[in-house]
Design a protein. Structure first.
Length: 214
């Protein structure tokens, strides 16, 4: 069975070449959890990104940056930003568009050890590692005093979920890996367990976001 990174890299490459970059995130029962449009991630900021980017007023860590649309947009606007991703293919694409990005697991020690003003968990990346409390606590520890986490979540009423998932494209299915789904209704209690406070929620272009502070 193919690794998730290989399936992801294939979709990114196809999208960069103008092909079909669609992926599906599927649970073990075969239930579709999320469509992943990697083609849109190669474009300029997508609908719903603008409110997120406008709130980044200082050094920003983009966790799971993919091909770097957010990190690159912040850099162009003069905001110091670093994108991190476990996918070497994603980091190469992010650098090619002008983003500062490195291959990095968010749970490993960061080579850039500054205290970040903001951490971004966009595009469902609050699911990374399958344990939202652990991920949010890690982001909290990377923040400067008064820093914030900006997280994209699923709409209110969405059932939270944690477990093993696979990535699929038209031809391949990845090995299972840990992931989580977090709905807007569940975020406050999860944030509290991670030592964060829910300060603000907003919706833009049918996407849901929240601001969490230390």
């Amino acid at each position: 069975m193919t690794s998730a990174l290989a399936v992801y890299a294939g979709a990114l490459h196809r999208a960069a070449c103008g092909g079909d970059g669609a992926l599906r995130l599927v649970d073990p029962a075969g239930t579709l959890l999320r469509h992943l449009d990697t083609t849109a991630w190669h474009a300029d900021p997508t609908p719903g990104d603008h409110g997120l980017l406008a709130r980044c007023t200082g050094a920003t860590l983009d966790v799971g940056c993919g091909p770097g649309r957010l990190a690159a947009a912040l850099s162009r606007s003069g905001v110091p930003a670093l994108g991190i991703d476990v996918s070497p293919a994603a980091v190469r694409l992010a650098r090619a568009r002008g983003a500062h990005a490195v291959v990095q697991d968010v749970f490993a020690p960061l080579a850039d050890a500054r205290d970040w003003r903001h951490a971004l968990l966009a595009d469902g990346n609050i699911g990374i590692g399958g344990d939202p409390v652990r991920l949010l606590a890690r982001c909290r520890d990377l923040l400067a005093p008064g820093g914030t986490v900006f997280a994209e979540v699923e709409p209110p009423g969405t059932r939270g979920w944690r477990g093993r998932v696979v990535l699929t494209d038209a031809d391949r299915t990845s090995e299972p890996f840990a992931w989580a789904v977090v709905g807007a209704d569940d975020l406050g209690p999860l944030a509290a367990q991670a030592g964060l406070r829910l300060r603000e929620t907003w919706t833009e272009e049918d996407r849901w976001f929240a601001c969490l502070s230390r």
